[in-house]
Design a protein around this ligand. Structure first.
Ligand SMILES: [Zn+2]
Ligand SMILES: [Zn+2]
Length: 258
């Protein structure tokens, strides 16, 4: 597959935005100051072929090779945010969406919103219980007992989802912190993985570390997704289903930051 990165755009677009119910307007962040750092990151990924960029070649973790992005898991989104520190100096932060090959934390990349240990504590036992119920359900013929077990499993996974969502706390640029449930403005339920994309990771990091974001851009790297809506080396706005419904809150107060 040709790996032709797009050229830096001269004009700026708003690729990171969302409607804020409190202000009744759409808050946004331009992509432009972050485009060139994204192109630089693409070049680094292409040359290094791994994402543990702070490790020496000898200490590279094979799980963090970019080969993973060309396998059955396909590619994923990467994001860069350009920020001003409180002392006026500039900084660049990067994130990958979700986990990378099952790994949440990689040195040099912005951490997830939820502490891994907390997530594991909530998830581990219930997940096991749900799997065990699945085995018992499959072993039964269409009986009343099977119906009861199915209902138990459903309520158990709904409760697990709720508990996981309660772990996600997002902070905006007024310093307000809200749970995912209180933040999400989209129609229907909260999709799995909401809060795990690059933009929420980067913005939450900025808001909780006294950083003022000036730009944020996201690109896709690796084998195109099945539907072909994500292509290697292309830039994409923050996603409509998971990110836009929380970005209005997360970007709120940004332009009040001195
Ligand atoms: Zn997203
Ligand atoms: Zn607002």
């Amino acid at each position: 597959m040709p790996t032709q990165p797009p050229s830096a755009k001269a004009d700026s677009h708003f690729s990171c935005f969302g409607h804020c119910p409190t202000c009744g307007t759409t808050h946004n962040l331009p992509d432009n100051p972050a485009i060139q750092p994204c192109l630089d990151l693409m070049k680094t990924l292409k040359n290094k072929k791994r994402i543990d960029l702070l490790s020496s070649d000898n200490n590279a973790n094979p799980l963090l090779s970019t080969d993973y992005l060309y396998g059955p898991a396909r590619g994923q989104m990467f994001g860069v945010m350009v920020c001003r520190h409180q002392d006026g100096s500039m900084g660049t932060f990067r994130a990958f969406s979700g986990q990378y090959n099952g790994i949440w934390h990689v040195d040099g990349w912005t951490p997830p919103l939820v502490a891994e240990k907390k997530f594991h504590n909530i998830n581990h036992d219930v997940e096991k219980e749900i799997k065990e119920l699945g085995r018992r359900i499959n072993a039964l013929d269409h009986s009343l007992e099977q119906q009861i077990l199915k209902r138990t499993r459903k309520s158990l996974s709904q409760k697990l989802m709720k508990d996981i969502h309660a772990l996600y706390q997002m902070t905006n640029f007024h310093g307000q912190t809200r749970s995912l449930q209180a933040t999400f403005t989209g129609p229907g339920g909260i999709p799995t993985g909401t809060g795990d994309c690059c933009a929420p990771k980067l913005l939450n990091y900025a808001a909780t570390h006294g950083l003022q974001p000036l730009g944020l851009a996201e690109f896709y790297w690796g084998k195109a997704n099945k539907s072909g809506t994500r292509q290697h080396g292309s830039f994409y706005p923050s996603c409509k289903a998971k990110c836009q419904p929380i970005l209005g809150f997360m970007l709120c107060g940004l332009h009040n930051v001195p």
